[in-house]
Design a protein around this ligand. Structure first.
Ligand code: SER
Length: 863
């Protein structure tokens, strides 16, 4: 079966059974309990499973083919890739979902029907006699359905414990599962079914999860509001299976990418194990790279960016190992978008960004690689015969230089050394523990608080946001958790999409409190943080909620200006500019975006002019709700990393059209003057601009003006004369500095001349004061040229740093300056000139200077 055939069979089967077909969500998940990457088809639906958001499908069923990455966190397949033919870091998962609708009785027979009915009648056409099923040890119901409804012989149904319990991550929805396995037959390994037989023979391809629990951050399971279904059919596994292969690399698309890897590297499959691993790894890792960058991940040293960097570097390292010295990422990525661009148009529309990032990362890393190889060579040089390479070295190469263990091993073995695996594993385990500890703390609210919020949203929520229409409103208190108050409706904007939460006040008969922050407790459930220790209103009572409107106006100006800036950046720098993050508060706006080099002053001026030009039109701004399809039709840009439902808000501000749920000005003129106040790099390929609007720009002008005034006063001039005055002072300063230097050097010469009296037998050896090395040399030469002097040796610590030794002898005389210098230079741990009549040495060891001079004195005596 080809990939497009499986896509359409899946869609048709589930559409025909009342499911809404939902396009793949991005690889960056949004739910607070979600892991680093979207790792399964269910992840975009988490808040429906948890009852935090109303299910928008009628009936409440959905089906999708979701892109997934398993390269970090609980489901991490990265290290197995290449060596195992059954893992991929990027893959697709076909899934169908029931949100409190159908359950096991419908799902199990459907899975059987889709698997075994012929391709012509819309199924996979798999031989039912080859299918085994597993169920959870406690799940009598699932076993009974398999046996009595489907008619699967009992001996092909097995019970497993942990293997039949699926969890999204450390926290999140979970539940017992039933898995479908295909039996590849006795040639592939021992019989005994999936529970006891060979894992190479019985291959799982579809996981049916009966999601009915939630695992909280405290590790405890609690019941979800509904019984749900979440299934995941391994897309590539199924394609391979229909080709009679258990290797994912025989699946449509992946096999093409392995073919591309052969062309790009010039290596063929089947020549060596390592070569095969490298080709498979290249196919997989470059596909992950393309998809991750398309979804807004940029290689960096932290978080998702770090995982991406590891993936990219590993691919390059394996290419390097195959002796491929030309760039491989970009050509592989191009092939990937050619093969997958129909199903994922983002790959094509973002290709400029993806290729730019890939080329730069590969270019930089190839330089690092050369250094890593040099380090490894150096370490190997230090080993004696039979020594093993320490695990810490292998780990450093792995961690800092992206050398996979097997590559280090291969290179070490070529020179007759093994690698200390245990040491490597220990360091690796320590790093994993650190990473795991670091990833905690981003989890969902724990225990009682989380339950309290879930109850509020089920019983009285979500909170209606009325803050676009009014700055103050009456509302009912849904609940109070610590300092946080939840209302049924509110004018307070909850922090999201980079815009800070509103501040203001709540008041009620006989009381009131300041609100210092506003956030979402759950998607759609807005909570207000009262200043610590304030009185709280009673649950179910009425309050008046009022925001600080001046502050909101300032935030509004900055938010709309952010959109204009994004537009102008794309105009001036190009379409590769993509938002990576933003922060909009009442003082300024901050905008992070992908771009490869510093913005020049000229570009910056053009950007500011474009933005202010648009502002000055004063045109009105529209911010309407519409369907996602209508928004796409208007050409609205969606920011990376934001989540949008089926209905979205589109902000049209002058030429900028973007999806945005924030709050905005109603006419462009309200923004006032926009001024960029800083531009800097905040990581490779990411830059940050900060800008001000409205009164903040005026305020900044004022403080600049005040500063100029103070400067002028300090310099005893007027602001108009300031520049001329500073230049004049600089000139004077330079002249004075030159004069001081001249006087100093004359003084030093004069002092040096006094040394003539110290000459013993025409030789002067002395320690002198000097500001520079040259001064020491000048003194030595001046002394040497005094009548009766044969040789001079001077030592100094010029400017208090480092040591300088100078030996000057009569030109064409019998004394060789360089030869005399050699032993003394060693005493100051230095080295230097070997001239016949002038030798200078520089060193670090100031404590050795007296000894060095003593050595010179002896050398002259014996010369
Ligand atoms: N969530 C389950 C899995 O990933 C089924 O979709 O296997």
């Amino acid at each position: 079966m080809r990939a497009h055939e499986l896509r359409s069979a899946w869609d048709r089967f589930f559409e025909g059974r009342g499911h809404t077909l939902v396009p793949s969500a991005g690889l960056i998940p949004h739910h607070p309990s979600a892991p680093m990457f979207t790792n399964s088809g269910m992840m975009p639906f988490v808040s429906y499973f948890l009852g935090e958001e109303a299910v928008p499908y009628d009936p409440p069923r959905a089906a999708s083919i979701q892109k997934c990455v398993r390269a970090g966190g609980k489901h991490n397949d990265l290290d197995a890739i290449g060596r195992s033919t059954r893992h991929l870091s990027f893959f697709e998962m076909a899934g169908n979902f029931s949100f409190g609708d159908y359950f096991k009785a419908e799902m199990i027979p459907w899975a059987w029907e889709f698997t075994t009915s012929s391709i012509e009648s819309g199924g996979l056409g798999v031989d039912g006699d080859r299918i085994w099923a597993t169920v959870h040890t406690t799940d009598d119901e699932a076993e009974q359905i398999w046996a009595d409804v489907v008619g699967l012989p009992r001996e092909r149904i097995q019970r497993l414990d942990a293997d039949n319990f699926w969890e999204m991550g450390e926290t999140g929805p979970c539940g017992p599962s039933s898995e479908l396995f295909f039996d590849f037959g006795p040639d592939f390994g021992a019989d005994g079914g999936p529970a006891h037989g060979s894992e190479w023979r019985y291959i799982e391809f579809w996981n049916l999860v009966f999601t009915q629990y939630f695992r909280g951050a405290d590790g405890e399971l609690s019941d979800l509001p509904n019984k749900n279904v979440d299934t995941g059919l391994g897309f590539e596994r199924t394609l391979a299976l229909t080709e009679g292969s258990s290797s994912l690399y025989d699946a449509d698309v992946i096999s093409e990418l392995v073919g591309a890897a052969q062309e790009v590297t010039g290596h063929r499959l089947g020549r060596s194990d390592l070569g095969d691993i490298a080709l498979r790894l290249l196919a997989d890792h470059t596909r992950s790279t393309a998809f991750l960058i398309a979804d807004g991940v940029i290689p960096s040293n932290e978080d998702r960016g770090y995982v991406l960097r590891r993936i990219m570097r590993r691919a390059v390292r394996f290419a390097y190992l195959l002796d491929v010295s030309h760039a491989v990422l970009a050509p592989m990525i191009q092939r990937c978008s050619a093969v997958m661009g129909d199903a994922y148009p983002d790959l094509v529309s973002n290709s400029e960004l993806i290729l730019g990032v890939a080329e730069r990362e590969e270019g930089q890393f190839r330089k690092t690689l050369a250094k890593g190889s040099a380090l490894l060579d150096g370490e190997l040089d230090d080993l004696s015969d039979g020594d093993t390479l320490p695990g810490s070295v292998a780990f450093k190469l792995h961690d800092t230089f992206g050398f996979p263990l097997e590559v280090t091993e291969e290179m070490a073995q070529l020179r007759g050394h093994e690698v200390d695996h245990q040491g490597f594993d220990t360091e690796m385990a320590e790093q994993r523990a650190r990473a795991k500890a670091a990833s905690r703390g981003t989890g969902v609210e724990v225990g009682d608080e989380a339950d309290a919020y879930r109850r509020m949203i089920t019983e009285g929520g979500p909170t209606e946001f009325v803050g676009r229409e009014t700055p103050s409103a009456e509302a009912t208190v849904l609940g109070v958790v610590g300092d946080w108050v939840v209302l049924d409706s509110t004018p307070f904007y909850a922090e999201s999409g980079g815009q800070v939460g509103d501040t203001g006040s709540l008041s009620w008969p006989g009381g009131g409190a300041r609100v210092i922050d506003t956030t979402n407790a759950l998607p759609g459930l807005i909570r207000h943080r009262l200043v610590a220790g304030a009185d709280t209103p009673a649950v179910a009572s009425r309050v008046t909620a009022e925001i600080d409107n001046d502050r909101r106006d300032a935030i509004r100006r900055n938010h709309t200006a952010t959109h204009l800036l994004h537009w102008a950046l794309r105009q001036v720098l190009g379409d590769h500019v993509k938002q990576q993050g933003s922060l909009v508060d009442d003082a300024r706006l901050r905008f992070d975006f992908s771009h490869f080099q510093a913005i020049t002053p000229d570009e910056l001026r053009r950007i500011e002019d474009l933005v202010n030009g648009v502002v000055l039109t004063g045109a009105s701004v529209s911010h309407d709700e519409m369907t996602r399809a209508a928004a796409d039709e208007r050409g609205a840009i969606a920011f990376f990393g934001d989540k949008y439902g089926d209905d979205v808000r589109v902000l049209e501000a002058g030429p900028s059209v973007e999806l945005c749920g924030g709050t905005h000005v109603s006419a462009l003129g309200q923004i006032g003057a926009v001024k960029v106040v800083s531009e800097a790099s905040i990581g490779s390929n990411i830059r940050r601009l900060e800008a001000t609007t409205g009164l903040n720009t005026v305020e900044r002008l004022r403080s600049d003006e005040a500063m100029l005034g103070e400067l002028a006063t300090e310099l005893g001039t007027s602001v108009d004369e300031l520049l001329g005055s500073v230049r004049k002072r600089n000139d004077e300063n330079r002249a004075l500095r030159a004069e001081v230097a001249q006087l100093r050097s004359e003084g030093a010469r004069a002092r040096a001349m006094a040394l003539t009296d110290l000459a013993v037998d025409g030789v002067i050896v002395a320690r002198v004061e000097a500001e520079t090395r040259d001064e020491v040399r000048d003194q030595a030469l001046a002394l040497r040229d005094r009548p009766g002097i044969r040789a001079v040796a001077l030592g100094a610590v010029p400017g208090g740093k480092g040591v300088t030794l100078v030996v000057a002898t009569q030109p064409d005389g019998p004394l060789h300056a360089g030869d005399l210098m050699a032993p003394a230079a060693r005493a100051i741990s230095g080295g230097g000139g070997k001239g016949a009549d002038l030798a200078m040495a520089g060193g670090k060891n100031a404590d050795g200077l007296d000894e060095a001079l003593e050595l010179l004195r002896v050398a002259f005596e014996t010369a």
